[in-house]
Design a binder for this molecule. Structure first.
Ligand code: TYD
Length: 214
């Protein structure tokens, strides 16, 4: 049995990691095997690349350089963690994946190169379902800053115009692939967002498996 690959995308402070955790707990309570992971990261090599991209003083402004680094991290992650988990029948929940490269690096490089780099990094793997947790960047950045842990990363430091462009790109991706994406208003409260995610996952992957009133 092949597992199910679900990704969570969106701008800064959209609540992705909270929702990933909530969905993981819920699915585990149904007795399902769940693998929770994130990008950039998920393996020792990918976490090391994450450190270089997000905190290095000399982080590159060049879109292609950034995309190549994210792709190298992603390839390691796909080959060592995601594909094996799917092969073992797990539900894999991933906080950010290739759509983040499309949204964040897409405005800084030609489309054809972007898709080439993404195809190499993903090893051709596509999510079965992607939740776009969407909210205005003003709100998201404020939320991200309120949980401020020391140093803003490379992308949090970018200007509001850049984050508006990231949001526009995510929305365009969701519109272009309505069968894969579910657009969610992430300005709603956490429990409401979690309920929307739960009902989509149930309808799509668990039809016929009763879970009572949970
Ligand atoms: P992270 O701390 O995980 O941010 P968040 O909590 O908002 O998910 O940092 C990831 C940052 O890296 C985030 O600003 C988005 C950026 N990013 C890219 O630019 N391209 C990518 O392909 C990925 C995966 C992330």
């Amino acid at each position: 049995m092949r597992g199910v690959f679900i990704t969570f995308e969106g701008g800064e402070g959209a609540g992705k990691s909270t929702q990933v955790r909530r969905l993981a707990l819920l699915l585990e309570s149904y007795g399902l095997s769940v693998t929770v992971t994130r990008e950039p990261g998920g393996t020792p090599l990918a976490e090391a690349i994450r450190g270089l991209i997000l905190t290095h003083e000399a982080a590159s402004e060049d879109g292609l350089t950034q995309a190549l680094l994210f792709a190298a991290a992603r390839r390691d992650h796909v080959l060592r963690v995601i594909r094996p988990a799917l092969a073992a029948g797990h539900i894999v929940l991933c906080d950010r994946f290739a759509d983040s490269t499309r949204a964040y690096q897409g405005s800084k490089m030609p489309e054809a190169e972007l898709e080439q780099v993404i195809a190499l990094g993903t090893d051709g793997l596509k999510p079965d379902l992607t939740f776009l947790l969407d909210l205005p960047p003003e709100v998201g950045l404020e939320r991200a800053r309120s949980r401020f842990t020391g140093v803003e990363d490379t992308f949090e430091r970018s200007n509001l115009g850049f984050h508006r462009e990231v949001r526009r790109r995510f929305l365009a991706l969701a519109e272009a692939e309505p069968a894969r994406f579910v657009h969610i208003d992430a300005s709603r409260d956490e429990a409401h967002v979690a309920e929307t995610i739960r009902s989509v996952v149930r309808a799509k992957f668990m039809a016929g498996q009763g879970d009572g009133e949970r």
